[in-house]
Write a protein that binds this ligand. Structure first.
Ligand code: G4P
Length: 306
């Protein structure tokens, strides 16, 4: 459970700053190494599954993936379809398809079968496999690597594909050294551990989207800025969520502390003497987002990002 301690004075100061000083730093270290290891693996891989979060199909995408995987065929897999705004997702799917991607949306929480992904992969690779056989090479399974930034659902996807729990759900940046293959069926095999890479970390909107919805280390979060961003996004695009979850129909953009006060009172986040416990209010909002309690939302807005 996320819990970041901040007192009222700090909250007020943060409000005065109004996000001017917000910087979220991404996964320092390990990056060059992760990239090098991934490049090494590419020589034995036929298809890459790039996993992204349907609620942020742009922000959760790997920075410059082509420089790592070259021109290997890839399937863009959008997870968390149960949590996204389907209308926005459709637009993103069309956008990526126009860029030449093969795209599939999945709900790994409720959907056990991954037959669609397997079939699509087989179809994508049919020509290559036929060609190998025509050139007298021995038939072999299609080799797949799952890659993505932390928390997009890579391990869950691997577990679903394999049909049992093999990958550590909730793992951290970095890649496993060994190359162990797991059989999916007669025609497909999977590298046992996913490749963990990083998003585009030079854009603060992307960083705020990621911080709001999942993949960022709690200790580097400027929590007040992130919570203000969440409330602003919900107010702008999903006011019904703001109302049903927090009982408010508007926010005080000038002084968000007032909005936190109202939510705090409604949700019983108080300390002795009737004061608002800002820690609790902010952590409550952040946890509501990260744990998927607020559904039907997409924070990447295609018209603003591309
Ligand atoms: P990663 O390997 O890319 O780091 O991600 P991982 O599979 O660990 O998934 C991160 C979290 O996202 C997990 O929740 C997982 O259950 C959840 N998740 C993955 N795909 C979907 C999906 O399609 N829909 C929904 N609703 N959730 C999904 P967690 O709370 O971190 O772990 P756990 O409670 O499931 O163990």
């Amino acid at each position: 459970m996320l819990n970041i301690k901040i007192n009222l004075k700090e909250v007020k100061q943060m409000n005065d700053n109004k996000g001017q000083n917000t910087t979220i730093n991404w996964y320092p270290g390990h990056m060059a190494k992760a990239k090098r290891i991934m490049k090494e693996k590419m020589s034995v891989i036929d298809v890459v599954y790039e996993v992204i979060d349907a609620r942020m199909p742009y922000s959760s995408k790997i920075q410059d993936i082509e420089s790592i995987i070259g021109n290997k065929p890839k399937l863009l897999i959008m997870t968390k379809m149960d949590l996204c705004d389907k209308k926005e997702t459709e637009r993103w799917i069309r956008y990526y398809e126009q860029l030449g991607y093969q795209v599939m949306g999945v709900d790994l929480e409720h959907q056990q079968s991954t037959t669609g992904i397997v079939k699509k992969t087989e179809a994508m690779m049919q020509d290559k496999m036929d060609d190998m056989i025509a050139r007298g090479m021995k038939s072999r399974r299609i080799r797949v690597l799952v890659v993505g930034i932390p928390n997009v659902g890579k391990s869950t996807l691997i577990n679903r594909l394999v049909g049992k729990k093999v990958a550590n759900v909730g793992n951290r940046p970095g890649v496993t050294k060994s190359l162990d293959w797991i059989r999916i069926n007669q025609r497909l095999e999977l590298l046992d551990s996913p490749g963990v890479l990083w998003p585009k970390f030079d854009d603060q909107t992307i960083a705020l989207n990621l911080a709001s919805l999942t993949a960022i280390k709690e200790e580097v979060l400027p929590i007040y800025d992130v919570v203000c961003y969440i409330l602003n996004m919900l107010y702008t695009y999903y006011p019904q969520e703001l109302e049903s979850r927090y009982g408010i129909t508007t926010i005080d953009e000038e002084d968000m502390v007032n909005t936190l006060d109202i939510i705090g009172k409604r949700r019983g986040c108080m300390i002795q003497g009737g004061e608002i416990d800002y820690d609790r209010v902010m952590n409550l909002i952040l946890n509501d987002m990260k744990s998927g309690l607020i559904k039907g939302i997409t924070f990447d807005r295609i018209e603003e990002l591309v």
